[in-house]
Ligand binder design. Structure first.
Ligand code: ZN
Length: 240
């Protein structure tokens, strides 16, 4: 396997997922770092696509909440309303698939976890101190995380440095270990409404960040038509 597409935080946004999958057609495989569902209007359609197109997927906090594994007490009122709606919508096969997702995984020479190695499903990895502890907890050169919805890379140098990867930026992990968050496919929060994803080249030992536009208006309208909280529709337009 030379090229692996990395997607995370799809959040039932079918329009964004379809745009990203189209871009990943030339990859040898695709992996998903969790949160297939929650927030958006197409939970079954997104789980179906993930089941069809990814070779590995791990559990995110919204996946866990929508199948009753994680308490909704963790969520704000909008997330919690969307999780309850999603629970009702999901068909039996997709509920079973989500329930069976592992909380961490390995693919090629990468370790993948939605949150952190310490708290795989719930902890947000945002600081160099957490990054250092994650790197020392694991032996892999490349750690893939999700959960924050913001593309971010931590690179082990003298200390641990953090960078925000933009569309087209590439980072090598040949000589240093890195932690990579590709950002969110379905609900970006870095002020750029385009869907975010990454591609790992396992021969060149390099991760490249990408962004792709999608039909945000259609995704917003579907959220409103489903009766989900308006804020979940509106935030897609601004990427926050
Ligand atoms: Zn998420």
């Amino acid at each position: 396997m030379a090229k692996i597409g990395v997607i995370s935080d799809i959040h039932s946004n079918l329009h964004a997922l379809e745009s990203v999958l189209e871009r990943l057609e030339t990859c040898d495989s695709i992996i998903c770092v969790g949160d297939i569902v929650g927030y958006g209007a197409f939970p079954n359609e997104c789980v179906d696509l993930v089941r069809a197109y990814t070779s590995r997927c791990i559990m995110g906090n919204h996946d866990a909440a929508c199948v009753g594994i994680l308490s909704l007490a963790w969520f704000n009122p909008y997330a919690s309303a969307a999780a309850r709606w999603t629970m009702e919508e999901l068909n039996k096969a997709n509920l079973g698939f989500l329930r069976g997702l592992p909380s961490e995984g390995k693919e090629s020479h990468a370790y993948m976890v939605h949150g952190t190695p310490r708290e795989p499903i719930t902890e947000y990895l945002t600081t160099p101190i957490q990054a250092r502890s994650a790197v020392s907890a694991r032996g892999e050169r490349l750690i893939l995380v999700g959960h924050t919805h913001v593309p971010l890379i931590f690179m082990e140098r003298q200390g641990v440095d953090a960078f925000s990867p933009a569309d087209g930026d590439a980072y090598s992990y040949a000589k240093r270990r890195i932690i990579y968050n590709p950002g969110a496919v379905g609900q970006p929060r870095d002020g750029d409404p385009r869907a975010a994803y990454a591609v790992v080249d396992t021969e060149e030992l390099r991760v490249t960040q990408y962004r792709v536009g999608y039909d945000v208006q259609a995704a917003r309208e579907a959220i409103l038509d489903a009766g989900l909280p308006r804020i979940l529709a509106d935030r897609l337009a601004v990427g926050r």
